[in-house]
Design a protein. Sequence first.
Length: 285
Amino acid sequence: MTTTFDPIAFKQTTRAQWEDAAEAWNRWGPTIDDWLGDATEVMLRAAGIGKDDRVLDIAAGAGGQTLAAARLAGPRGTVVATDISPEILRYAARAATEAGIETVETLEADGENLSVLAGREFDAAISRVGLIYFPDQQAALTGIHRALRPGGKFSAVVYSTPDRNGFFSIPVGIIRRRAELPPPLPGQPGPFSLGGPGVAEKAFEAAGFRDITVATVPSAVRLPSAAECVRFERESFGALHQMLSRLDDDAKAAAWQEITEQLTQFEGPDGFAGPCEMLVVTGTR
């Protein structure tokens, strides 16, 4: 079995998986916004988004944080929501229309190559659990830095370390073992790729950002049961689908069964509370 990482194949698979998961990610939007609400507020505040600002949203997904940014920027501001998946952007555009927000533009774009934005300048940039999955995070960060005006800020929500994120690291570990996947090497994409001490700060600094800050935000995943959390992850987490792709249907079912059994440890009288900790990393151009 080869362990060579192919960034092109990874990106192609990522795009395909999010095309498939777009409907579910959108459908689970209220759960996602509840889970990531505190981290999103910290991110938007750290990015300094205010009235009339031009905002860039990288790996915007179905647009929950996009609409929040647009409300802060007001009717004379703008938000450009980019994503590698055109299908998921359709949900973001629809959400903006349904909310009566006319200042959101959706644009299919690779976050590692923002040449489609050449000549445009932004006051702030944000990314919610997207940067971690880029094969070339330095290319993405450098491009974002270039797209900002001097003094503009970029703020990103990323996972901290696996031991602080049992709701996700337990499924990842089980799937890696069952699919015989090697652990990611330093610098490779993955949910915890920027969570280690000093890792995100170093990456931001290498891209030219200054005044880098990191805020820790407890972000427990609260659902009625472990089974419901597994349904959430099974339907909408593109990264897990990508890892499971080499298993047959029976092996996938067995993996999900083991995951459900392991996650029941986080059930209590008030339901399921899956451990999760986010970092909000912010830098200034």
